[in-house]
Design a protein around this ligand. Structure first.
Ligand code: ATP
Ligand code: MG
Length: 572
């Protein structure tokens, strides 16, 4: 299992509250010690509003907000909205909802990189005036050729030595909309033979006659990510700018801009992005899954998006605990998805009320029980939490049990119900199967049973009844729809595929099974979306927003135990 625990820190790291510091905290401690930013710790979470957040983002959110909290600092929310064609207001709202739901608060510090367009433009002009930027007329294709390769240096653009005056004039006219998209760019004048590609005269502004979700048609030139991100950090007086490893090569450029513009200079720190087994983790791929109908939407309960996990029934605590547990590392790895699933099991075990639900009902008629009698049996709501109290479950002559709890010809060591055999009904009597009723197709339609009226709620010592099964009253149960979700991908590494295929070929065709007529105990009448339960012996379930007054809909959050581990063991 490739789990990334805080291995980076070694044993030497200073400790607070008994836990070794992770490498980001070590850097912060150094900063606090040297006084680089005084006593301040100010982080930010900078999503691009071009899709919904996923569990990988949760890791970044948890890291940035928790560090701020730990060091008595602040964490901003900043939308990195420099890409007008791909961004939408819908995503901005969804991102905010998700961060709130996770339990983090940016207070009034909600910013947009687009709010800094004017300042960024002025800084671009400053670079031109300082001889550090020029307008380049090479097409993007020519630009690529001039850039060279990792082994060969690039060559200078023929436009590199334009005069400052000419550059100022052309840049102004770019802004005024005189030139078509792609015809010119503004580039930083750095070094075309720099070993780091990003330092070979990177583009800092491009022409894009495109409507922006916030600035409308004010601009037809847009700053590139690299010319926006660090400067936005700087404007907000960020101290540690934490990002994922793919930006490590951008750091020299981040530093170059801060230095040349002589502005507040945050420290960029890179950490390994979260990858999970049996999961893809990219907005582009999620868009494919949604657009091509593999899932019902961004919030499909099988999606690793925050909205998907929420709809599935995950608790924010379980996601935060997961982020805390996996820690931060400097090297990429893949985290076992079981860790996430176990976190939600652990949390729900502590908090979820227990109820009885029969997913594949078969009717049981108790021959020695009076017609019409309703007995109120007392059931424990949560054995892990005494304060959760008890509830009443009605017992009647006809009940449902699960088909899987009966075998006509029992295998060895089968402790559930079989003809002539006994089981205990959870919170109830000992039940004995007397006979089996079949239809013309020879299918079992009903079990005829008796109960031992002396055995309510107690386990007599002279009886060997090992099985305990769940049940619901046939007369009083509620019809429910149950959506049994499973992993969306059938292989550990869905992105590993044969030539000519992509992650779609690894989609698990059995990731959703819908049961239309499950029977659940009457206490579940009137449940509302988001409530979570443990269906005894079955798993953890949440109430889906599709629930109506007539029929609740439940999503399986997780089975009680990791069923995939068993499969993996078998296939070994
Ligand atoms: P994706 O690659 O999934 O489309 P992204 O990196 O383009 O995501 P952004 O909105 O740009 O998404 O990311 C916002 C922040 O979240 C960035 O700081 C980014 O580094 C971080 N982030 C994104 N994906 C992950 C991940 N898998 N693990 C940890 N942090 C992540
Ligand atoms: Mg991005």
């Amino acid at each position: 299992m490739a789990t990334e625990l805080n291995t980076e820190n070694g044993e030497s790291g200073a400790e607070t509250s008994g836990k070794p510091l992770n490498f980001v905290e070590e850097i912060i401690h150094d900063h606090l010690k040297s006084g680089r930013f005084g006593e301040r710790v100010h982080t930010r979470f900078p999503p691009e509003p071009n899709g919904y957040l996923h569990i990988g983002h949760a890791k970044s959110i948890a890291l940035n907000f928790s560090l701020a909290e730990k060091y008595g600092g602040l964490c901003n929310l900043r939308f990195d909205d420099t890409n007008p064609s791909k961004e939408e207001v819908e995503y901005v709202e969804a991102i905010k909802d998700d961060i709130c739901w996770l339990g983090f608060d940016w207070e009034d510090r909600e910013y947009f990189a687009s709010d800094y367009f004017e300042q960024l433009y002025e800084w671009a002009v400053k670079l031109i005036n300082d001889g550090l930027a020029y307008v380049c007329d090479l097409s993007s294709e020519e630009g690529r050729e001039y850039r060279g390769t990792p082994t060969e240096p690039g060559k200078n653009s023929p436009y590199r030595d334009r005069s400052i005056g000419e550059n100022l004039d052309l840049f102004e006219r770019m802004k005024a909309g005189e030139f078509p998209d792609g015809s010119r760019t503004l580039k930083a004048k750095i070094d075309m033979s720099h070993p780091n590609f990003h330092m070979r005269d990177p583009v800092i502004y491009r022409i894009l006659h495109s409507h922006h979700h916030r600035t409308g048609d004010d601009w037809c030139i847009y700053p590139m990510y690299d010319f926006t991100h660090g400067q936005s950090d700087s404007i907000e007086k960020i101290t540690q700018s934490i990002c994922t490893l793919e930006f490590e090569n951008h750091r020299p450029l981040y530093d170059w801009f801060c230095d040349k513009l002589e502005i507040h200079h945050p420290q960029q720190i890179e950490f390994a992005r979260l990858n999970l087994t049996y999961t893809v983790m990219s907005k582009r791929k999620f868009l494919t899954l949604v657009d091509e109908g593999y899932v019902s939407g961004w919030d499909d309960p099988r999606m690793p998006t925050i909205s998907g996990l929420r709809r599935r029934g995950y608790t924010p605590e379980s996601i935060r605990n997961f982020c805390e547990y996996i820690g931060v590392a400097k090297h990429n790895s893949v985290v076992d998805v079981t860790i996430l699933e176990n976190q939600v099991r652990e949390h729900l075990n502590a908090i979820a009320p227990r109820v009885m639900a029969v997913l594949n009902p078969i009717k049981v008629v108790i021959e020695n029980y009076p017609d019409g009698k309703v007995e109120e049996l007392e059931a424990v709501n949560n054995p892990e939490d005494a304060s959760a109290g008890n509830r009443i479950v009605p017992f009647t002559k006809e009940i449902y049990i699960d088909k899987n709890d009966f075998m006509e010809v029992p295998v060895k060591k089968y402790f559930r119900l079989a003809p002539g055999k006994e089981v205990r009904l959870r919170y109830g009597y000992i039940l004995k199967c007397e006979s089996v009723v079949k239809n013309d197709a020879d299918e079992i339609v009903e079990l005829r049973c008796t109960i031992d009226l002396e055995t309510l709620g107690k386990q007599p010592t002279d009886r060997k009844v090992r099985g305990v099964i769940h049940w619901v009253s046939a007369e009083q149960a509620i019809d429910a729809e149950i959506r049994l979700y499973d992993r969306l991908f059938k292989v550990e590494h869905p992105d590993k595929v044969e030539e000519g295929q992509d992650f779609r070929s690894n989609i698990n065709p059995d990731s959703l099974e819908v049961i239309q007529h499950a029977k659940v105990e009457p206490s579940l009448h009137g449940v509302t979306a988001g409530e979570r339960f443990q269906f005894e012996r079955v798993g953890y379930f949440s109430v889906d927003p599709d629930t109506t007054n007539d029929k609740p809909v439940f999503n399986r959050i997780a089975s009680l135990r990791d069923s995939w581990a068993k499969i993996a063991r078998k296939s070994r």
